[in-house]
Design a protein around this ligand. Sequence first.
Ligand code: M6R
Length: 615
Amino acid sequence: MCGIVGYIGTREASPILLEGLKRLEYRGYDSAGVAVLADEALKLKKHKGRVTDLAKNVSGNGLSGQLGISHTRWATHGAVTEENAHPHVSSDGKIAMVHNGVIENYLSIRKFLEGEGYTFYSETDSEALCNLIAYHYAKEDADSDNRFLNSVRKTLSHIEGTYGIAVMCVEQPNELVGARKGSPLIVGIGADEYLLASDVSAIISRTSNVVYLNDGEIVSLKDGELNLITSDEQALTPEVKKIDWEIAESELGDFRNYMLKEIFDQPKALENAMRGRFSDDQSTAKFGGLNVSAQELRQIDRILLCACGTAWHACLVGEYLIERFARIPVEVEYASEFRYRNAPLDKNTLVMVISQSGETIDTLAALRESKRKGYKTLAINNSVGSTIARESDGGIYQHAGPEIGVASTKAFTSQLHILSMLALYLGRLRDMSFQEGLDYVKALKQAPALVAETVKLNDQILEVSKKYKDMTDCLFLGRQDMFPIALEGALKLKEISYIHAEGYPAAEMKHGPIALISGECPAIVLATQPDIHGKLVSNIQEVKARGAPVIAVANESNPLPEDLVDDQILIPNCHRAILPVLASIPMQLLSYHIANLRGCDVDKPRNLAKSVTVE
Ligand code: M6R
């Protein structure tokens, strides 16, 4: 939630800040702002709305200077107004700050500072932090070289909550200070310049050398030097990491939006998920970074999969795949529930979290809680160097490339593919035969080509979407591993088209949701499994009998009778190990086209942010 970018160097700051902000807009986009410092004068521009509109206001507005900070907001405290937009400036005019996170004790800080004569102009928690820095700055020795850094450090020792901040001080025109706790922050090291940002996408066009800050660390970027310290003033040696992203991966190219691009990126994302990850004899998968031996994995009695949102749906599919192919019991938990539930776990439980961003606060908290209890923790994650990647004991990188559209598409199918590979790996450590392993690997390798085949349904799905774009309610039904795909289909439709949708196990429909069925509430039925085809046909009959239009997704070799369904989307036949991936594609394309036809901004749906770093 919220994206921040800071710059200090030898170039004009504002164009660099605005470019970075545009790339971070997926983190929040209700308002934005930029502040630049030059000649001991602070120049500030805020705007209620998107970064592109802010950019129009900034150009030609004399926001010149080589030190600056900027912010794109996802509102937590206070309405979407210009006053509540960042940067915030302390009431003595000396400190300017951008913040991502939540200051939990802001009310008591605000009360204290008001008593000290500080004035507040916004409803935000962040302004309390900004004024508290000003308060400590005023108390520091004016001759100290570290006056500004010390004032930030002392302030943070009084803060309860989470923050990623970038701070400037009018009296310190050569220094930019950043700090993090619970919200991500990186330092980009460029030629004659440093950048601070919430994530790599904001700085990748300028440098691929980054330092990831850990919780409790504070950085001062001053006179060409990077000075990293802990909250108790211990100096740290920054560890510089090289990012292997191509800038082109985060460019739109010929696509009209990121969601469509990312749907079409999926064959490549699946190839990348598999690269170098099969045994020489092609009968099993292998993962370099698991940090758990085959011996240890044979000892596990249970796996706990934990995540939020779409990644939680991936966990549900993982449950089917791992239980079916590896015969290991799996439990799936919402990370937000698990972290406070204090669930008893068996001794031989392996905890695995899944997160595209690697920054989702609830998933991170679930990981930390499991680690604290002494469990081995693994992560499936798409963002190299993210907090979850760094804090888990081991894991599997997705290598799906940057996912910019708020609605997860390629990250989801890449997670499914990796879970399927994991099911194979665990299965081969137990009872899966060599021949079954060979067949399984062959199937996994076919997935990119079959997905490329499936996205060719785009035109047909556009036509189907035109018929249903005005619906107000929709049911997604599926059985077994198609149930989570139904849930994911419903989530996709909800989040980008704002149509009410529910995913349900097809047979459970009779236990309640069937009351919703009417001619106005179409049902999208995933009827892809040959072994339970008859059961699905019965469920479709039940829906049809109540007058609802049925859109079926079925296999090419097992189509449904034409008079039974109103529309039918046929996906290629495939092995069960990759069926969830293939069946996801029509779900994505349907919601994409329906949202687009309704004129929705599919990449930046209302009220949402890509990376949920607040509870
Ligand atoms: O980055 P994560 O995978 O941890 O994100 C989890 C959810 O916030 C995310 O999947 C969300 O549900 C997406 N908007 C779904 O499209």
